[in-house]
Design a binder for this molecule. Sequence first.
Ligand code: GAR
Length: 218
Amino acid sequence: MRASRKVRVAILISGRGSNMASLVAAAQAPDYPAEIVLVAANRPDALGLATASGHGIATRALDHRAYPSREAFDAALQAELAVADIDLVCLAGFMRIFSAGFVEAWAGRMINIHPSLLPLFKGVHTHEQALAAGVRLHGCTVHYVVPELDAGPIIAQAAVPVRPGDDADALAARILVQEHRLYPQALALVASGQVRLEGARVVFSEGLTGAEGALLSL
Ligand code: GAR
């Protein structure tokens, strides 16, 4: 990452955008190492677009249904990211799979938050999956994006207890609180260069304990 300026971040969303809002709030701190310069959605009705505009951030709505192929959508998105001179892409509830070419173009420069303790419970309905499996700890993960879904090297995780009587909504709400703590912390680690990708492994800078990427809320 360039040292002379803050890391320029685009956040991609598909809906509510509460994780996006937590990143925007964190990036308002003067010493935060990243600035959020663009919020883009693949759905024009994504609620988070209005939130981002309200903070004075440039927004783009690229309706994926208007493109003839996955590659055509990804090319349009790539063009927006290039115009905005984006260094790093954060997926925040972006519910669309990319073409392999797009993922390769952003290798090591695209991160995602997923609502489970990966590698457990990939895909959708993660809270239902956790309840069905009977785990006592559940949580969320920030990871680099690789072509295989929800499989990239892990940067940071937060864990919460599964309480007796929890349903998927209760669990989702408890985890969302931690998502909003974890994602800004993980983005800061990446944007400051304290965490980097070496091959298929995430490496922490000397002096860090690793606890910087591990939150526990009991
Ligand atoms: C979040 O819980 C995020 O972890 C999840 O979608 C929600 C988006 O909420 N992402 C995924 O499931 C990605 N596979 P938000 O729009 O309020 O940030």
